[in-house]
Write a protein that binds this ligand. Structure first.
Ligand code: A2P
Length: 297
């Protein structure tokens, strides 16, 4: 079985989770993942699949407390933090989640408009509302997602509870070394979403990774998962396919030398890649605050 990491409150989190965001049949996907041995499921209100995740957990027959369940506060819900959690719990059909994350450090209003950085609720106010959830017993831990060094620097002076997790996009083409180091110093565990770069050929067909995979009689995805395990970064690959789910749950062992080779991949010209750029409007303008403001590359 797969290893686990410790959060800053002493709770264990399984190192590899299943992110059902991308699958067509989420219920089937989560059932498959639980059969394979995954015990960490990552969802969000925004994915509109919490109901299916909950059904899969019940269908599996696995006791609720053996599954590490994560969901996220939607940007639309920063004004109703308590209710938003209740909505998610109801959809999931559970009494508590193991981890509740602020999905983005920016709220949007009922008209879909992104609030300005100084408009209430700011992400600091939203975090303070999330801290109160811990007393309800409905969340075991709280954390954030898509926070950069810049936005964490704004948040951290105001917190009573340091976020347990910051979930961000990380893969060998966007390794986020600086952010990782920063979070480690602050006691924040990093979770990587889109660890396979959404299956982009620049990553899955990369020669360095292909050679390592061949040498270890594994696949590129198994090498990438091994790289995350080596670094102590929790990882939540998405796949709707049982064979690839199994593959992603079976990382190959990565040595210091392999790790150094993979760490260098993003330095090759043209290989830096961030999915965050997809959050642009069709005309190329930025959705919400500029990514420069948010502190993203
Ligand atoms: P599929 O669902 O058909 O397996 P990410 O988690 O980086 O966002 O990537 C998700 C994408 O990667 C999905 O398109 C998924 O397709 C594909 N994928 C997931 N696991 C693997 C794997 N082991 N090998 C190749 N592609 C994969």
């Amino acid at each position: 079985s797969v290893s686990s990491s410790k959060l800053n409150n002493g709770v264990s989190i399984p190192s590899i989770g299943a992110g059902p965001g991308g699958a067509d049949d989420v219920r089937q996907m989560v059932e498959d993942a639980l059969k394979i041995g995954y015990r960490h499921i990552d969802t969000a209100w925004a994915y509109q699949n919490e109901e299916y995740v909950g059904q899969a957990i019940r269908n599996s027959g696995i006791p609720r407390e053996e599954i590490y369940l994560v969901t996220k506060l939607a940007q639309l819900h920063h004004v109703i933090v308590q209710e938003a959690l209740d909505i998610s719990l109801k959809r999931l059909g559970v009494d508590y989640v193991d981890l509740y994350l602020m999905h983005w450090p920016q709220a949007i209003d009922a008209n879909g408009k992104v609030l300005a950085p100084d408009q209430s609720p700011t992400f600091v106010e939203t975090w303070q509302a999330m801290e109160k959830l811990l007393d309800t017993g409905k969340v075991k831990s709280i954390g954030v997602s898509n926070f950069s060094i810049k936005t964490l620097d704004i948040l951290l002076p105001h917190v009573k509870i340091v976020p347990a997790v910051n979930q961000v996009e990380i893969h060998p083409l966007l390794p986020q070394f600086g952010l990782r180091e920063y979070c480690t110093k602050k006691g924040i565990l990093v979770t990587a979403y889109s660890p396979l770069g959404q299956a982009h050929p620049d990553l899955l067909q990369n020669d360095v990774l292909k050679q390592l995979a061949a040498r270890k009689s594994g696949t590129v995805a198994q090498v990438i998962m091994g790289w995350f395990i080596k670094k102590g970064i929790v990882v939540i690959p998405k796949s709707g396919n049982p064979v690839r789910l199994q593959e992603n749950f079976s990382p190959v062992e990565i040595t210091d030398e392999d790790e150094a080779q993979i760490d260098a991949i993003h330095k090759a010209p043209g290989l830096h890649r961030s999915l965050l750029t997809k959050y642009h409007n069709p005309d190329g303008s930025v959705f919400g605050w500029s990514y420069e403001w948010l502190g993203w590359p």
